[in-house]
Design a protein around this ligand. Sequence first.
Ligand code: UDP
Length: 328
Amino acid sequence: MKVLVVGGAGYIGSHCVRRLLEMGDEPMVMDNLSNGHRGALNPAVPFFEGDLGDQPWVREIFATHRPDVVMHFAAFAYVGESVERPMKYYRNNVVNTLLLLEEMLRAGIHRFVFSSTCATFGVPESLPISEDLPQRPINPYGQTKLDIENALRALARSTPLGFASLRYFNASGADPRGDLGEDHAPETHLIPLVIEAALGRREGLTIFGTDYPTPDGTAIRDYIHVNDLADAHLLAMRQLTPGAGLFYNLGTESGHSVRAVIESVERISGRKVPYTEGPRRAGDPPKLYADSSRIREELGWVPRYRSLDEIVETAWRWHEGHPHGYGD
Ligand code: UDP
């Protein structure tokens, strides 16, 4: 299929583009390079540089290139920043996504795969987190993603739109070939920070909270490999039918504490990770891990990276070989 990957120069989008190519699909990338990287682009893949807010430009691309499917990765995703700068998040994650959907529908393109998040669930009332738990986000980032899920529900009732909303848990790791990976500025995610500390590229890290109600007192998350996320996108894309709305939670279904991540990096790298213990970070739920049985049963999705060490190993390879990320 012809797939327009919006945000295809970013972390998860670039891995998905590679997977589409491997499966014989025809990806095209749209990105404003605000957080994406030219170095993450495959020169063989058509690239349109510009901003989703530029509606005439988006219209022109749809009219000229006529994708069968749109995958939408282009969003801001820092929880803390979303609390401080909500307008930035509503403008890009909500307004620009609605403009994109409006142009898709105008052009008669009716298949949409949306990057959503476990942050739409807020502090879950039970674990693991299945699709039918109530969604009560506790920060603007999660709220903007839920707003689009709700818009998609309404659009699928009134138009031929068929969509899949994929709620990622903690996207992590890198392509095992070591040439695509995570490069955020600033970096706020745990695994890259622990690896950079092990490599001596930063002095150390702070564990945000050691008094959580968990076995070792640190917060628990479900780390899911970026290539497993990419596989889920391809499976979901092939299921889309007019008016259908698919919702899937994507995780390995096992939780790992912050201390467990540090220990894993120490095992993989053979180095000590310097860290200090600090207070909790505002807005962090104590424990999040997925129930992904719906996508396993309905689409046959099987995450290939089952253990934290396997995921960390791929991330280590990328960071070790790319001291300055993509270098842009
Ligand atoms: N974390 C931490 N120190 C850091 C960065 C993150 O202790 O410097 C913790 C954070 O509080 C959370 C977990 O690591 O419990 C994963 O955080 P990350 O920002 O990677 O993802 P999130 O779960 O917030 O989306």
